[in-house]
Design a protein. Structure first.
Length: 245
């Protein structure tokens, strides 16, 4: 069973399109037009075209493309802000909010035409954001799943809580977990395909595969093809092995 996956996007529409082009090249070589493409979340923040990323993914699904899109922690924070300007994600460190420069919410709002969010009253920014973000974007984001399981892999944004049954995992962990998951080398039964923790290159650790190649910090949006437990990174030169961790 062949399946494609794409890592964190963070508002980088051109890089997302480049990743999809690599997938289309691989499709042409294999003749496989039906294999699904899983996006592991963090569609928004930091990069300049978050609204465009959402439009692109929504349109692809509407056109019948076999695209699955998962929710990331940044997507959850975006929705939380739209619901309540004083929303604080329980997994985010106290004193840092979605509009903090380290998080990147202001760039997401700017992509919707809400400028200078960091310099104006919060209630004013919230009113403008609610008016600017299309209701269809909010509804689509709110409906995104937080995991996808296939015969060979579990796709999530951040990872899983090691030692907890896959059916008992909670959203906070699936969207936010780091060290407890990253440092655990046990087999989880399925290959866990994730993003969330930025690294320099797609890396296969045996029990997990990290696709977050730092698009939020200037890196590429990476795409891979998974066939059973075999993984290849898609590049301009074709399929290449991922780094080993």
């Amino acid at each position: 069973m062949r399946i494609y996956a794409i890592g964190d996007i963070h508002g980088q529409l051109d890089r997302l399109k480049a990743a999809h082009e690599l997938i289309e090249r691989d499709r042409r070589q294999t003749g496989d037009t039906e294999a699904r493409v899983v996006h592991v979340g963090d569609l928004v923040d930091r990069g300049p075209r978050s609204a465009g990323v959402i439009d692109y993914l929504m349109q692809g699904q509407a056109d019948g493309r076999p695209w699955d899109v998962l929710r990331g922690n940044h997507d959850r924070m975006f929705l939380g802000f739209l619901d309540d300007p004083y929303y604080h994600d329980p997994m985010l460190r106290f004193g840092i909010e979605w509009l903090h420069p380290r998080v990147g919410g202001c760039t997401t709002l700017e992509s919707y035409g809400v400028a200078n969010a960091e310099d104006r009253p919060l209630d004013q920014i919230h009113r403008e954001a609610v008016a600017a973000v299309p209701a269809r974007h909010r509804a689509w984001l709110a409906a995104l799943p937080i995991q996808l399981r296939t015969e060979q892999a579990l796709f999530v944004h951040a990872g899983i809580r090691p030692g907890v049954d896959l059916d008992a995992q909670v959203e906070d962990d699936l969207l936010w977990i780091r060290q407890e998951f990253l440092e655990d080398r046990r087999d989880h039964g399925l290959l866990v395909v994730h993003g969330h923790t930025a690294i320099d290159e797609v890396t296969h650790y045996g029990n997990r595969l990290n696709l977050d190649t730092s698009a939020g910090y200037g890196g590429p949006v990476s795409a891979v093809v998974i066939e059973g437990r075999e993984v290849a990174l898609l590049s301009e030169a074709g399929r290449v092995p991922p780094a080993a961790g």
